[in-house]
Design a protein around this ligand. Structure first.
Ligand code: NAD
Length: 259
């Protein structure tokens, strides 16, 4: 018996087999969940995502293009999902973008308006866009999760505009939880510690963040993507049926330490 037997949903977006979305998918599939995947429509991405999915043993599951900065992509994505899965029970929002030229220590004050707009649009507004499109496909309620980082609440030098975007994402998750609660749709955030992915490597000074977590966190180590994947299973499954509007930390306890 898997914790997600009989549950169907969508996961956006895997880039490769290091992506947090990949680790979530791997655990969701192990627990009996059935998925459709998004991919960012750019050169060679579909092939890369399919290869990563094959490595996880879920290469046969459907994938559809979705650039979340385009309303028409979100609509087309969920139309394809409806055709292939029918109704769904969960949505995983595991994506973000900011111009890495401004994810450098000492560059926050320089953030141009367009860089700010794009980071907030892709990394935070997209949760609202996806939730709105997904809700009609969730007549039996369900669970939506998104990925955040401590930089939403505290200054992490170099995280910069992405920290502002993560604050907006966490707040959006709470407002969505409030409104979608009537439809029995839960919305929660996982605040993960640093994991070596493509996106993490774009953040200036990231190596010192890994060193700091290893030295200072209660568990004295960094987390891995699989640990995020297993917490995602909890939030997507009925084990967490009473939990919504919550931010759950998977960070070796780092957030709890003041000095
Ligand atoms: P990743 O680079 O593997 O994944 C980021 C994904 O975002 C990619 O699949 C990319 O295609 C997608 N994306 C970017 N722009 C998009 C757009 N316009 N439309 C659709 N998809 C788009 O990196 P990751 O670390 O797995 O990131 C996943 C999530 O986890 C992000 O929200 C990230 O901020 C969050 N997170 C990561 C860490 C970490 O240390 N890696 C820690 C906490 C939270």
């Amino acid at each position: 018996m898997g914790l997600l037997d009989g549950k169907k949903g969508v996961i956006l977006n895997i880039a490769n087999d290091r992506s947090i979305a990949w680790h979530i998918a791997n655990n969701v599939v192990k627990q009996g969940g059935q998925c459709a995947f998004g991919f960012l429509p750019m050169e060679k991405m579909e092939r890369r995502v399919r290869m990563a999915m094959q490595e996880g043993g879920f290469g046969q599951m459907p994938i559809f293009p979705c650039d979340v900065s385009r309303d028409e992509d979100i609509a087309a994505f969920f139309a394809s999902v409806q055709q292939s899965l029918g109704t769904i029970d969960f949505v995983v929002h595991s994506l973000a973008f900011a111009n890495k030229a401004y994810l450098q220590v000492g560059k926050f004050t320089e953030t141009p308006r367009e860089v700010f707009r794009q980071a907030l649009d892709i990394s935070a507004y997209s949760l609202i866009g996806l939730a709105r499109a997904a809700a009609p496909l969730m007549p039996n309620g369900g669970s939506i999760i998104c990925m955040s980082y401590l930089g939403a609440e505290k200054v992490i030098p170099g995280y910069n505009v992405m920290g502002v975007a993560k604050s907006a994402l966490e707040s959006s998750a709470r407002y969505l939880a409030y409104e979608l609660g009537e439809k029995r749709i839960r919305v929660n955030t996982i605040s993960a510690g640093p994991v070596r992915t493509l996106s993490a490597m774009a953040v200036g000074g990231i190596d010192s963040v890994f060193e700091h977590v290893e030295k200072k966190s209660p568990l004295r180590r960094n987390i891995d993507g699989d640990e995020v994947g297993r917490t995602a299973v909890y939030l997507l499954s009925d084990l967490s049926s009473g939990v919504t509007g919550e931010t759950i930390y998977v960070d070796s306890g780092f957030n709890a330490v003041g000095l």
